[in-house]
Write a protein that binds this ligand. Structure first.
Ligand code: FAD
Length: 525
């Protein structure tokens, strides 16, 4: 009987994406016959497009006998905390809030999750109204509602914050709640907007089944704060809720929360962020450039990651691609009427005809009016550009857009291309939306990207504004060790809105860390 084997191979896509052909190829590479292996477990899959023909790199474990049971889960069980003596209020049911709630349960604390938006199914109606009737519900939209900003997204799950937590644990938790196990294997895993709602609902069910509470249509409007000790929160109905700790995981778009903290004298700080546009290309153009094939066949829709250093008026700023969505859609991500914001999402198969990506430039503190707006300076700049975009495009959810070649030549576009952005586009010179400095930096970036990807910086593409919700323009400070606000006992700033995460996985990991920190506080009390 041959021993357990680890194997790595490079295979053509037709073989790698066909289950049986792949199985045979892996065994053959290991010098085995079908009868020699009980189970072949795929461990990693990535695409190597550097050579003449794109190949798929696979790492697999071959088991001569039954594989270890922990390959398949379930990996997590939850005790019942309905009668727990200690409770934690978690504001926001985004990835940070939901993963904080589950970790609280594992630690024996009862989580009470308060979410301003609706459950993931009901939320869909507000998204339809946004796309079709241009109505923005300030409590239920692409950023607010169960699952947070991560629900109607691409569901990309790769993160650079691998040192901040256990990525594999987060991925396993998602698989246990219904995500495809491919996310444990792919080098660039993603779930897709069509699959995410069921996963989010399953996470919430786990919280409730274990005795935690999850309340929708419950917006936190005030704090129960005495002598720099946060005891709880007040909801929009005036209900006061208290707990042993409060995890504030309201995301980067909850401007009213930043205003509230500022008003109540809780220290917050302006923070650099990034701002720009979303660029949309035919997916085929990106596939052909990246794979150098006429048709991509079984290969997934191709993506890209681009970066360039720009110089303008003695200031050096990076321009980079952000949240690239192959085979995706541009979506309206505004959270209040009177503003236009775009972002991107894609279905699990990534099979739309369009590739879109944010192309943004860094906004540093010196680019903001700190004198006038203090800690809210970045937020005000973001707000002003979003409102400008809305006004210039006619005060609906129509988004301002320009053909990319025209933008580079500073020429208004006589007409626009077909788009995946459902509310529709209006031709507007994007310099008017962004202002000279931002536009100039983006132009330098696009020119450079055009040298890297043939056909990229031409009128085959269009830019759509504005991509402004990249990360939080405000930081809510916290102590490095206790994760508590340095001046307010019992307050745990968490996730993207507090400035400690950027993306689904890093927000989820931060949620877990905050739950552990809250547990440490509660235990010591
Ligand atoms: P959020 O997800 O923003 O959740 C905050 C929650 O708090 C919201 O549900 C909100 O309703 C609630 N809330 C706010 N204020 C209050 C209040 N006062 N009272 C009660 N509740 C409140 N990231 C990726 O990693 N991969 C992607 O593919 C990806 N695609 C994206 C696509 C789109 C369209 C958008 C908008 C974002 C995308 N992101 C993606 C970013 C990702 O969604 C966020 O980084 C992540 O969701 C942040 O998690 P969070 O829990 O910190 O905050």
């Amino acid at each position: 009987m041959p021993a357990f084997r680890e194997i790595e191979v490079l295979l053509p896509a037709e073989v790698a994406y066909d289950e049986y052909a792949r199985y045979r190829a892996l065994l053959q590479a290991a010098g085995l016959q079908p009868g020699d292996a009980d189970f072949v477990h795929l461990r990693k899959r990535s695409i190597d497009a550097r050579g003449r023909q794109p190949l798929v790199r696979l790492r697999a474990d071959i088991y001569p006998t039954a594989p270890p049971a922990d390959l398949f889960g379930p990996w997590f069980t939850y005790p019942n905390v309905s009668r727990a003596h200690r409770s934690v209020i978690i504001v926001g049911a985004g990835p940070a809030g939901l993963f904080a709630a589950l970790r609280c349960i594992e630690l024996g604390l009862k989580p009470v999750v308060l979410e301003r938006g609706k459950d993931v199914r009901t939320r869909r109606r507000d998204l339809a109204a946004l796309n079709k009737d241009h109505v923005v519900n300030p409590d239920s939209n692409y950023c607010f509602g169960e699952g947070g900003a991560g629900t109607y997204s691409d569901g990309k799950l790769y993160t650079r914050s691998t040192k901040r937590g256990d990525v594999q644990r987060i991925l396993r938790l998602l698989v246990q709640h219904g995500a495809t196990s491919d996310i444990l294997v792919d080098a660039h895993p993603h779930i897709g907007t069509n699959k995410l709602p069921a996963v989010v609902a399953a996470l919430r069910d786990s919280v409730r089944e274990a005795g935690g509470e999850v309340r929708f249509d419950t917006r936190v409007d005030d704090l129960v704060l005495t002598d720099n000790h946060l005891h709880g929160v007040v909801t929009q109905t005036g209900e006061e809720l208290t707990a042993d700790a409060v995890i504030l995981a309201t995301g980067h778009s909850a401007r009213d929360i930043y205003e509230l903290l500022h008003r109540r004298g809780v220290l917050i700080e302006a923070k650099p962020f990034a701002l720009g546009v979303r660029v949309e290309h035919p997916q085929q153009l990106i596939d052909q450039a990246q794979y150098r094939l006429k048709e991509r066949g079984p290969l997934p829709a191709a993506s890209y990651a681009l970066v360039h250093q720009t110089h303008w008026q003695n200031r050096q700023r990076g321009v980079f691609s952000f949240c690239m969505c192959p085979g995706g859609f541009i979506v309206p991500a505004a959270t209040a009427p009177g503003e236009v914001v775009v972002n991107g999402m894609s279905p699990s198969r990534r099979d739309s005809r369009f590739a879109n990506s944010g192309i943004v430039t860094a906004i540093e503190l010196e680019d903001m009016d700190l004198k006038q707006h203090g800690a809210l300076a970045g937020l005000r700049l973001q707000q002003q550009i979003e409102q400008q975009a809305c006004q210039l495009a006619g005060n609906t959810q129509l988004a301002p857009a320009q053909l990319l070649g025209d933008f580079l030549r500073k020429k208004p576009s006589a007409s626009l291309l077909e788009t995946s952005y459902q509310p529709g586009l209006v031709s507007v010179p994007m310099d008017e939306v962004l202002g000279a400095g931002l536009a100039e930096r983006l132009r330098q970036g696009f020119q450079n990207f055009g040298q890297k990807i043939p056909g990229y910086a031409t009128n085959a593409a269009q830019i759509v504004g504005v991509e402004s919700r990249t990360s939080s323009p405000v930081r809510i400070p916290r102590d490095r060790d206790t994760l508590q606000h340095p001046e307010v006992r019992g307050l745990f700033p968490c996730g993207e809105g507090a400035g400690y995460a950027g993306g689904i996985v890093s927000a989820a990991m931060d949620g877990e860390r905050c739950a552990e920190a809250a547990f440490a506080l509660v235990r010591s009390a």
